[in-house]
Design a protein around this ligand. Structure first.
Ligand SMILES: NC(=O)c1ccc[n+]([C@@H]2O[C@H](COP(=O)([O-])OP(=O)(O)OC[C@H]3O[C@@H](n4cnc5c(N)ncnc54)[C@H](O)[C@@H]3O)[C@@H](O)[C@H]2O)c1
Length: 544
């Protein structure tokens, strides 16, 4: 019986059969022959996820001074039931990732259908044809408890498997560029030995050509620019690798405006990525305690931050919202801690701030459940069996990426407390962390294991119609700053909900006028870091 891979829109693609593999290799050989004849370099991007899919298109779009394409790109993706659908979609010129950047679908369509410089495949043999291999597979950090990043480990399985397969297939002159965020030391102490061993098994004694350059991509309104028009850091394991990676990045990225930083060793490039993200995780976590302070002392933290930010030295202060999700910030600090012990062999415990920041960020969203409970209580409604609508499933505004979003923990905690949850998100068709909660983000690693009563969440579906989602709700939680939510009118919300409702603002989405109006309409309002709402409530009550 054939197995299928189902795309987010529900289209079913049968997984390839044995005979499809040789046919696919012949197809690629033919295309590559023609592309080489046109003077193009062959680049294989391994892993067509949030990073790889768009990176592949950026490389395929590269041209020389005369505007002629210089690269032909093969996007390679495992034919798993979870991900195979990305290949046939991409080969039609359709982006496998959704985002608010209109350039993403245009770029992919242009490279596949007009320039014909991009194709996708499921076969590892394609590696044999590549001059450059860009590795964009995941390297996870799996946590064993909630709010304790020290209790976990790096999951290098996909990366190590990819590196072995690369070593078994590439030509010795192929540059392997690891873009995956890895535990510092991985390129030299894990990837290099794997590739070296695999080459040796094939009787090849030459030094692997291997480099690291991390991605700073931000899937969102500036998705494409965050890859192409952005600064990069890189480093190779030897001089030739460094020269090759510098040449490659200069040819595909806008390095004239956004110059490269070349570091001496890959461990420095790897560390730069981990420190960069740990720094951001730390400045976000730092505000958690001031958010609680604000709620308890009549302070609006949003206004406080805006007042401070005018000072140029403090302009990167940002409000943390309901927990810090996304694929990177929750895990990258963990990769650093883990590397210190398990790659470099140190026994002492030097890390204080990085793990504390990750732990604070990982549990911040639980407080939203308390605010919701309290707001409902003030309205005389028990949390048990209350109908609660969460607006936004993504981890950040204007993207359809739900990985480690604060909203997931809000849904889980409130479900545990007996509430009935609904969710709306204009960018998310399926919230796999619930629909397939036994597999996401990895089997037996769903966050569901930290909460009771989670089974029914398999049936949670993302509502696209806001009016329908609001109908009869007892509470609404503004969890993400999607542009759709910024201008929602309190009168309409109350009308669609069929009466006063508890409103929880997790991201400074409501201005004081709106908060006032909600109170006038008989609603209860609470917000993360928004202690001043009580003052607005008192004023509305006095005026009555
Ligand atoms: N998403 C972001 O915003 C972001 C930003 C900066 C850096 N990064 C880093 O980039 C890397 C990739 O992240 P992502 O968000 O694209 O992950 P992802 O999970 O969306 O994509 C990884 C892809 O690799 C595929 N894959 C795994 N093993 C494979 C194999 N052996 N052969 C072929 N394909 C394979 C997976 O099926 C998946 O499609 C990570 O290290 C991440 O930390 C991500």
């Amino acid at each position: 019986m054939s197995k299928y891979s189902i795309s987010p829109t529900g289209e079913k693609f049968p997984l390839p059969e044995q005979e499809d593999y040789s046919r696919e290799f012949k197809r690629l050989e033919e295309v590559v022959k023609n592309q080489r004849a046109s003077g193009r370099e062959i680049v294989l991007v391994m892993g067509l996820g949030f990073v790889g899919a768009v990176m592949a298109a950026v490389v395929a779009d590269a041209t020389d001074e005369k505007g002629n394409p210089t690269k032909f790109v093969i996007g390679m993706q495992r034919p798993s039931t979870r991900s195979f659908w990305k290949i046939p979609l991409l080969n039609r010129g359709i982006s496998p990732v959704s985002s608010e950047d209109p350039k993403v679908p245009l770029l992919i369509d242009r490279c596949v259908n007009e320039k014909r410089t991009l194709t996708a495949t499921f076969i590892y043999d394609a590696l044999k044809l590549a001059d450059v291999v860009v590795v964009d597979v995941q390297c996870d950090y799996l946590k064993e408890s909630l709010g304790n990043v020290r209790n976990g480990h790096a999951d290098m399985e996909a990366l190590e498997e990819s590196l072995e397969i690369i070593g078994q297939n590439i030509s010795p002159r192929t540059l392997v560029l690891i873009e995956t965020t890895v535990a510092p030391g991985t390129t030299e102490q894990v990837a290099y030995p794997i590739i070296k061993k695999m080459l040796r098994k094939r009787g090849i004694e030459s030094e692997p050509l291997l480099a690291h350059s991390y991605e700073r991509v931000m899937p969102g309104r500036n998705y494409v620019a965050s890859i192409r028009d952005f600064w990069r850091v890189c480093s190779g394991v030897n001089d030739e690798s460094t020269q090759k990676v510098v040449k490659f990045l200069n040819e595909v990225l806008n390095t004239e405006k956004f110059p490269l930083t070349v570091l001496d060793r890959p461990i420095e490039s790897e560390t730069a990525k981990i420190v960069e993200n740990s720094f951001r995780a730390t400045i976000l976590a730092f505000l958690d305690e001031w958010s609680h302070f604000s709620e308890q002392n009549g302070v609006d933290l949003i206004k406080v931050i805006n007042a401070i930010k005018v000072r140029p030295t403090h302009s990167n202060m940002i409000f943390p919202g309901p927990g810090i999700g996304g694929y990177c910030l929750p895990k990258d600090g963990g990769l650093g801690l883990w590397a210190y012990r398990h790659i470099h062999g140190f026994e002492d415990d030097i890390f204080k701030i990085t793990p504390l920041a990750v732990d604070i960020n990982d549990t911040r969203s639980l407080h939203v459940a308390q605010l919701t409970r309290d707001a409902l209580r003030n309205m005389g409604r028990p949390i048990a069996s209350a109908e609660i609508l969460v607006l936004g499933a993504s981890y950040r505004e204007d993207v359809g990426d739900t990985r480690y979003s604060g909203s997931e923990l809000i849904v889980r905690r409130l479900t545990e407390m007996g509430a009935e949850l609904r969710v709306h998100d204009p960018y998310v068709l399926h919230w796999w962390e619930f629909e397939k909660q036994d597999e996401y983000p990895a089997s037996s690693h769903s966050l569901k294991r930290f909460f009771r009563g989670q089974e029914k969440l398999k049936d949670l579906r993302v509502e696209q119609d806001l009016k329908k989602a609001l109908h009869g709700a007892d509470a609404v939680i503004f969890a993400v700053r999607h542009k759709h939510y910024l201008s929602l009118d309190p009168d309409e919300i109350v009308k669609y909900a069929n009466g006063p409702i508890a409103v929880i603002d997790c991201f400074g989405i409501l201005d004081d006028e709106k908060i006032k109006r909600y109170f006038q309409l008989g609603c209860e309002v609470k917000g993360l870091g928004r202690g001043h709402v009580k003052r607005i409530k008192d004023r509305v009550r006095e005026a009555k």
